[in-house]
Design a protein around this ligand. Structure first.
Ligand code: WTA
Length: 657
């Protein structure tokens, strides 16, 4: 394949950090893991699965005869809630704290495994009383509070299927999702606390169900978090606390087939309506449990783990609700935003609970970096021993800041690549084994097979960027798109015969480390050279002026596409940076120097904010509209829709070149 069909990637990273001897000595994951998985991949996964409690043991590992529809451990039976709760209580760990809950207003609760089990059993009985049965769908629309965990676990416990809809989504999104899944029950709250205010949730549910829009819904179960006034529909709405108090605390978890559906989670595709990604039970729990333990080096008897993701996203499902509880971890759940009451909130939580493992997203890290090190430095963060990153490439500068400032200059960072569709982590360093390289997710985990192909499907060598594929089925893989098997095949399995196409660009560097280069639809073609948005962003952020950057390709008469960059400046650098025109020149030269003149942005827009989805992903599609001077597309999933007005106003004010 010729060079002009490759994604250009010219950024070089030379720093290395080997694990410290002390860490290696106590590490959960040992190098043998790689050898075992290599020698017998399916046997390796069977070993991991056997660490769970099976009501009926499996004898078959994988059935791939109906590819791409996989069955894992499919003649076995298990109960996911039993694995996450009862088995820890039975093992004598009922008094261990499962959840340290920190409400945004400052209220806190410690919930032990015994207490959580009691709550989930009661909730399971409430659901049964409401007529929810195996296979029925339940929509959950709640803030980040322990009851959301209880709700998910209770639905799973009785073999129903949850569809969690992120609390920041609108009534319309809720209607679409409830309707697509034909949910029988909605579990919600009156509201929740965010940015110092009691926000309402129940009105969105009422609106979503109004006018007979969702006839499948029979009841709404409401937990009162804020005690604000709510509209109440007699006969339909039930009070969570009253119902649980009246319910029996006895509930025996029965085993379900390993392929019993567990949840649907909607994720936006590049176009079209949201896809209901379907996950099932045995394989999903096997891989979330295994990755949570090995990637984060979890020692459940002493670690305090905190994943900042909301349960409305896949990270909250796999690394708040299922992986950690299955491993008997003690975890922190925080309701609110990082800036309430001030930007020190996260670090005061780390200090208060002595958090030892922190898992968050690069966008959060860059926000903190933008404000400077002095805020985290006011807190004792010495308990932190492992840091995790997920959701987008973490650029080396943010990686270094995360390690130095949050990780006391020594905590290993696990940059974990995965997707809603993969269900669990697929590519990541293992902290007691891997010599870390800032910015790279590094290696496929033991048991996972990754390749990088060119567009014709030919495997690429080192230093050639192409398309990331997964070549062998894995236990926590999606089993389909709810109600649309053809879309499943078309989206993920049609590009390369027999291989899962992840939609991401990637390369192996000269040492065999995997670098994720962003979604392939975020790839630009400038004068026949493909450039990764992620790489140019990384170059921009490596300049001391820049806190955050987003790059898009805009149509250009001469070059096909041209690079347009949107940057947020670090507050401490505003004076030094000078006028926007000065900044633009300096940064264009900087990119030219870091990557090469081909990558030099045509325009650089200095902005105060970037449009982001509620999960923190930059919406490049909208930026592309601005850069190409088109009307702005649908912005309903933006955190702050006014951001776009500001940006388009700015660009309309003239290019700064
Ligand atoms: C991106 C989130 C680079 C990637 C768990 C993927 C990443 C998409 C990383 C899935 C990472 C996630 N490095 N890119 N460590 N982690 N991504 O479904 O483009 O919300 O395809 O799942 O996020 O996003 P999703």
């Amino acid at each position: 394949m010729s060079a002009d069909h490759e994604i250009e990637n010219l950024l070089q990273e030379t720093r290395h950090f080997a694990p410290e001897a002390e860490f290696v000595a106590q590490a959960i994951a040992k190098p043998e893991l790689y050898e075992q998985a290599k020698a017998d991949r399916l046997g390796f996964w069977a070993e991991q699965a056997k660490k769970l409690h099976w009501h009926k043991p499996f004898t078959q590992v994988l059935d791939w005869s109906n590819a791409p529809f996989a069955k894992w451990f499919h003649d076995g039976e298990l109960n996911i809630s039993y694995n996450c709760l009862d088995r820890h209580v039975l093992a004598g760990n009922g008094d261990r704290v499962a959840i340290h809950f920190e409400g945004e207003p400052g209220d806190s609760r410690a919930i032990t495994y015994a207490e959580l089990t009691d709550q989930v059993k009661r909730a399971a009985n409430v659901l049964l009383d409401l007529g929810v049965r195996e296979g029925d769908r339940v929509a959950i629309y709640m803030p980040m509070i322990p009851e959301a965990v209880v709700a998910m676990q209770a639905v799973a416990r009785i073999g129903a299927v949850h569809s969690v809809v992120f609390g920041g989504f609108s009534a319309d999104s809720l209607t679409t999702r409830i309707d697509d899944a034909q949910a029988k029950l909605v579990i919600t709250t009156d509201g929740g606390y965010r940015k110092g205010r009691a926000l309402a949730l129940k009105p969105a549910v009422d609106e979503a169900l109004s006018g007979g829009k969702c006839p499948s819904v029979q009841n709404v179960l409401v937990y009162r978090r804020t005690n604000q006034d709510v509209n109440w529909v007699e006969g339909r709405d039930l009070d969570w606390t009253e119902a649980l108090a009246a319910a029996s605390p006895e509930h025996e978890a029965k085993g379900f087939n390993a392929e019993h559906p567990l949840f649907i989670l909607y994720t936006s595709g590049t176009t079209g309506k949201p896809k209901g990604i379907l996950h099932t039970t045995g394989g999903y729990l096997t891989q979330t449990t295994y990755t949570h333990k090995n990637v984060f080096d979890l020692h459940p008897e002493k670690d305090v783990y905190w994943c900042t993701a909301d349960v409305g996203w896949i990270t909250g499902h796999s690394y708040v609700v299922y992986g950690p509880l299955s491993n008997g971890a003690t975890q922190v759940i925080y309701e609110g935003t990082p800036e309430t009451p001030d930007w020190g909130r996260w670090w005061s939580i780390v200090e208060k609970y002595k958090v030892s493992i922190l898992y968050t997203a690069p966008t959060a890290i860059r926000s903190f970096m933008k404000l400077g090190s002095s805020i985290p430095k006011q807190h004792d963060l010495s308990s932190i021993r492992v840091l995790g990153s997920v959701g987008e490439p973490i650029n080396p500068e943010a990686w270094m800041w995360y390690r130095d400032v949050i990780g006391s200059g020594k905590a290993p960072i696990v940059d974990t690549w995965w997707q809603t569709e993969t269900g669990a982590i697929m590519i990541s360093p293992l902290p007691g084994i891997t010599t870390l390289k800032p910015g790279s997710a590094q290696h496929a985990l033991p048991g996972i097979e990754i390749k990088i192909l060119d567009e014709a499907g030919t495997e690429l060598g080192l230093e050639h960027a192409g398309l990331l594929v997964i070549t062998e089925p894995w236990p926590s893989m999606l089993r389909g798109i709810w109600g649309d098997p053809d879309r499943y095949k078309e989206t993920y399995w049609s590009r390369f015969e027999g291989k899962y196409f992840a939609g991401d660009g990637a390369k192996f560097d000269e040492e065999g480390n995997i670098w994720l280069l962003g979604r392939v639809d975020d790839v630009m073609n400038v004068s026949g050279h493909r450039l990764s948005t992620a790489e140019i962003e990384s170059a921009l952020v490596s300049h001391p002026f820049v806190a955050e950057a987003a790059v898009v390709g805009a149509k250009d008469e001469t070059t096909g596409q041209a690079v347009v960059a949107f940057v947020i400046l670090r507050q401490s650098q505003l004076e030094a940076a000078g006028s926007d025109a000065d900044v633009s020149k300096i940064l264009r030269d900087h990119v030219a120097k870091e990557i090469g003149p081909i990558a030099k942005p045509r325009q650089i827009m200095v902005v105060a904010e970037l449009p982001k989805t509620r999960s923190g992903k930059i919406m490049r599609r909208l930026l592309r509209d601005v850069a190409e001077d088109r009307p702005i597309g649908d912005v309903t999933t933006l955190t702050d829709t006014s951001v776009m007005d500001i940006i388009s106003g700015k660009i309309a004010g003239g290019a700064n070149d």
